[in-house]
Design a protein around this ligand. Structure first.
Ligand code: ASP
Length: 368
């Protein structure tokens, strides 16, 4: 027999499910920690009624074109031969389409090329030389993406290997006067401030990763996402990480939600992270639960050995169709370098009331 109370509870449940299916009725953008300008831009476009994919791409273009961000697009740190190679992918929820480029050289905005692969080919992914030719065919300008700062950091890294390997011939030779060997970083960054020198030491000793992932939901419940990166610094030419891999660096399912990742791509590919996060949400997990479960799978791949897990970091971002969102990191803070301060893992979001940063949830607390 249906009582008035059980009828009301049942209808509340149906209403909640319907709200989730329709979207939460508001615009939401989330992005990795370096994405605050992207969030602001994407929200501006969503509020102007523009398409979700257009919004997130316009957002990340700001970072791709910024020479001072050394982990994405122009100004990104190069591969071991000093060449910048970029990876990116996009997914458009409403049309359920995807596009990607890998190891693309010479084009500042790989996210736009990924979108063209989606829209103007019958393929999903183009890589290397073919991707560049395709971009040029569509009028993209081929440019040198290696900024002076990134070139010097690369050269300093190459010369630093001399101390570790006597067969490396880059850097002052055996016959060089001792003072030339000592003023190592000053050779590359004469007169540089402390912050630049600290950055250079860090990228030499601990090849950084860094990427931007940006996900959007609009008031109509439509979703899209983009991930774009210059990948791992000093990588082997041709190395493609997780960022352009649909299902790893990014996944969007218009019925459920969207997810993306930054951090050590090799770990993500092995758990097909973004897809895993979305599937977790499909089976009822909150965004927070979904990212934590995915991080546990990564930990499991190392038998939960904290010493090995401490050598890298990885982050997942999740946005459910009902507007619930979260970001999660393997560790609460970044690896401290040379006694520097470990940085808390943060992400950025904008729910229509301004761009903010928040702490990621995390699986483990680093021993400092
Ligand atoms: N996931 C990127 C890669 O492995 C790098 C990063 O996000 O830091 O290429």
């Amino acid at each position: 027999m249906i009582t008035r109370r059980s009828w009301m509870l049942a209808s509340a449940g149906v209403a909640a499910a319907a709200a989730a299916a329709q979207g939460g009725g508001k615009n939401v953008v989330i992005a990795s920690g370096n994405g605050s300008r992207a969030c602001t831009k994407a929200m501006e476009l969503l509020q102007a009624g523009r398409d979700t994919l257009e919004a997130v791409i316009a957002g990340v273009n700001i970072i791709e074109e910024d020479p001072n961000d050394s982990s994405v697009g122009y100004g990104g740190l190069p591969n071991e031969e000093g060449v910048v190679e970029l990876d990116a992918c996009v997914m458009h929820g409403p049309t359920r389409r995807a596009g990607a480029v890998g190891a693309l050289r010479g084009i500042k905005t790989p996210s736009r090329v990924a979108r063209l692969v989606m829209e103007r080919t019958d393929h999903i992914m183009l890589v290397g030389e073919g991707a560049l030719r395709f971009a040029k065919a569509h009028g993209f300008q081929e440019e040198n993406l290696l900024t002076d700062r990134a070139r010097k950091a690369w050269l300093a890294w190459k010369e630093s290997l001399r101390d570790k390997n006597r067969h490396n011939n880059w850097g002052p030779g055996l016959d060089a006067p001792p003072e030339e060997r000592q003023a190592f970083l000053e050779r590359f960054f004469p007169g540089a401030d402390e912050a630049t020198l600290a950055w250079a030491w860090e990228v030499i000793a601990d090849p950084p990763t860094g990427t931007i992932n940006c996900l959007a939901l609009n008031a109509r419940g439509e979703m899209s996402g983009v991930t774009t990166t210059s990948g791992l610094a000093w990588k082997i030419p041709g190395r493609v990480g997780d960022s352009p891999i649909i299902g790893a660096g990014l996944y969007v399912d218009q019925d459920v939600g969207a997810a993306g990742s930054t951090g050590r791509g090799e770990e993500n590919i092995r758990v097909v992270g973004a897809h895993t996060v979305v599937e977790n949400m499909r089976h009822g997990m909150s965004a927070r639960e979904a990212v934590l479960d995915c991080l546990k799978r990564i930990s499991r791949n190392y038998g939960d050995d904290l010493d090995r897990l401490a050598l890298f970091d990885i982050n997942f971002y999740a946005l459910r169709k009902d507007g619930d969102f979260a970001a999660g990191s393997l560790w609460n803070v970044s690896r401290p370098y040379r006694g520097g301060k470990p940085r808390p893992r943060r992400f950025t979001y904008n729910d229509g009331t301004g761009t903010r940063t928040a702490d990621c949830v995390f699986l483990y607390r680093r021993k400092i």
